[in-house]
Each structure stands twice: as structure tokens, then as C-alpha cells.
Design a protein around this ligand. Sequence first.
Ligand code: NDP
Length: 446
Amino acid sequence: MDPKVEQFMAMIKAKNPAQPEFHQAVHEVAESLIPFIEENPKYKHAKILERMTEPERIIIFRVPWINDKGGVEINRGFRVEMNSAIGPYKGGLRFHPTVNLGILKFLAFEQVLKNSLTTLPMGGGKGGSDFDPKGKSDNEVMRFCQSFMTELQRHIGPDTDVPAGDIGVGGREIGYMFGQYKRIRNEFTGVLTGKALEWGGSLIRPEATGYGAVYFAQEMLNTKGDSLEGKTVAVSGSGNVAQFTTQKVNELGGKVVTLSDSGGFIHDPNGIDDEKLAWVMDLKNIRRGRISEYAQKYSCEYYEGKRPWGIPCDVAFPSATENEVNKEDAEVLVKNGCKVISEGANMPSTPDAIEIYQNNKLLYGPGKAANAGGVAVSGLEMTQNSMRLPWSREEVDQRLQTIMKNIHASCVEFGTESGGYINYVNGANIGGFVKIANAMLAQGVV
Ligand code: NDP
């Protein structure tokens, strides 16, 4: 390891003990940025990277609520306000039992660079709770969301901090939280994104992360004169990102053969066409069932407790959660001929998996570039809210495609190596960093 990176990481670990996901995210970025900062000493003298790894503010709070049996439940709520150099804090809320401060700091740190890459004026943040929506009634979810927002509302606002959805937070949760914010603050503003269309949402926002990850894969394939047409595709997860990734791959002529959830994965060699996908959407978004039911419905294999990376594919879209592709998975993907990895999820590949992709010269789009379409359309939702004027589906989709093209171009600009290989990790990290670093320099030591 570069001794300067090693020294920097020793400082990060000492200051942020027991936060392995945060260390992992910072390490990946430091590997790209420290050599760049050495060549650009103005960033070094102003300690920009040291400042960027220290959140501007962290809010941690109690979330008490009453379950359907009349019992009292207590969860912990968080909001990490990481960086506001180029706009209000912006980033999702995650409701999942594994949520802790280290995970939210990793997500918030990634979000800062990702938001900068979109070219829109958004700072970075992330939040959530260790609340588990699985198995809870709608009324329980509503009471939890109301209690969560009763505290969070005093820290956010359309010009301060604009949360959105993430794992466990979809349209239903955004609705309950928006309702509570409006009730307490007595104002109808664009304080959350991912709203429904009737009350300030944007067309294409639900689709945006999945569509964006597919557009990014297309851009990567374009550099080789190739496309998704006829490709076999492995997708993990079966939530928001996985569903709309599948939809767009189908539209572009690819065949998705896997989906998963935390129980296991299904393999449908005939492809998950639009009709089957509609069934999955109903299963996951309305009936809130398990992906294993797909195997019964469509007579295909279900692999309990397994991840889909052993299934041969040309293109893989990890779209469930962090560290879901490890070194062994990456080796199998390469062995089976996979040529493209486009990350819908945040940090789904472990560092040694990324090394395998890069050593084998795969087209590898890291999450902060490939999944930036979601927050990009959130940014467009904020614009429409400010104008109080909605755009058409075509207009938003066109803007999303342009943004994904620009992110890809930025990765090519900052990540092309001397032999011609595009290192999208370096490209995304440096491309995202420069704008924030210049803003921080201009704004002084704050
Ligand atoms: P959803 O809650 O809609 O879906 C998450 C999916 O991943 C579910 O199928 C879930 O299975 C599975 N999953 C979650 N945790 C685990 C785990 N520990 N092990 C195995 N499977 C798991 O979330 P999203 O689709 O919104 O988010 C998926 C990923 O995309 C996350 O990494 C998120 O940060 C990232 N992302 C999302 C954006 C968005 O706009 N929604 C934007 C950018 C990134 P189960 O139901 O069994 O829990």
C-alpha cells in the first residue's frame, strides 16, 4: 500500500473505530485521490480530504412508537450531514435492522462524491434507522415514520437537507414521513424526494436508479462498440433498483435470469420478461412476499441462502446491498465470461472483488457512478418542486440519460490509464472530488 494512503487510513481508523464499512469506502477513495492530491498541493494544504471524511454534523435520536399490541418499541434514528459545499445535504434514508453509524457514514461519504458527479447542486448526507419494516403492519410503519419525522423535521428543510428513500424506504414510507413533516411545520415543500406524483413527485423517480445503472452499462459497452442486445444478465435484489434494472434490460433486448432477496435467489433461464416482472412487483411492493414464491409460480430453481453470481452471465447488476460480491464470486463471474459489472447497489463489491474485475479488464462501473441516476432524478424532482411545474416522462428520462452520459464521460476523462483501460473507480472518485474541493477552497476553512 502507498505509505501516504496507509498513514491516512491509520488516522481514519483511530478517529472512527469499529466502523469497517466507513473505513472500506474511505480507503477506496483515498487510493484514487491521494496520488491526485499530491500532484495538486492546493488541496493538500487545505486538508480537503481530511475535512471531507469528517461529517459536518451527525444527529442521533430516540424513535419511540407503539406496536399493534399496544406495546412500546424503541428504535434509533440517524442523520449524517456529511458535506454541504455544493448544495443542501441530499441522500436517502435506510430502514433495516443492520443500520448503524458506520454504515450510514460510508453511505453519506459515497453520496457526497456521487452527487457531485451528477453535476446538480446537491451536497451529501444519509440517514435511517435500525427499524425493520418486514412483518410490520401498515399502521405500525406509519406510527414509526411519524415518530421518526417528529424529531427529524427540526433538522431538515428544502434548502437545508432533503432526504429520500433507500433500502426499506419506498413510496409508502416517504408518504407517511411527508405527511408528518407537513403537519408539524405547516408547510408544503419539497423536503423529501421520491414523493408520489399527485403530491410533488417526479415521473421516472422510482425507475431512475435501475434505469440509470442500465444506461451506464450501455455507455460502458459502447466504448467497445457493443450493446445489451442479446446479453444474459444477472441481477441481485428484487427491490426498487433490481425491478427497474430488469425492466430497462428487457426493453434494450437483454435477458435477466436471476433475482434475489435476503433469503436466496431464483434462476429463470427463460428470462424474467415484463409479465413475470409485473408479478414480482406485486409480490414485493404490495404483498410483501419472498422471492422463493417466484420459483413455485414459474417452475424454476430457487437457491436458499445463496447469491446469484455462480450463474453464467455477460453482464451483472449487483442491486441488493453492500459487500454482496466477494473475491470468490468475482472469480466465478470472470470464469463464466462476465464482461460488465454495473453496480445498482452501494459498495456491493468487496475490495478484493474489485481487484479481480480490474486485473481482468472488465468494464466495471462502481456504484457512485453507475447508480447516481436515482439521486440525479431526485435533484430534478427538487427543481420541479421549486418551479412548481412538473416535467413530462420524456423530458425527465432525456435528462437522466444525458446525466448518465456525462458521468460516464467524466469517468473516462479522469480514469483512462496509459494503456487505454478505463479505471472507472479512479474516474468517479477524482471526477466527483474536484468540484467539491474547489468549492471548499473558495468557501474558506469552514
Ligand atoms: P429495497 O429495499 O427496495 O430492496 C432491497 C433488496 O435487497 C431486497 O430485495 C432485499 O431483500 C435485498 N437485501 C437487502 N439487504 C440485504 C442483505 N443484507 N442481504 C441480501 N439481500 C438484501 O432497496 P433498493 O432497491 O432501494 O436499494 C438496493 C441498493 O441500491 C442499496 O444498496 C441502496 O443503497 C442502493 N441504492 C438505492 C437507490 C434508490 O434510489 N432506491 C439509489 C442508489 C443506490 P429483503 O427484502 O429480503 O430484505
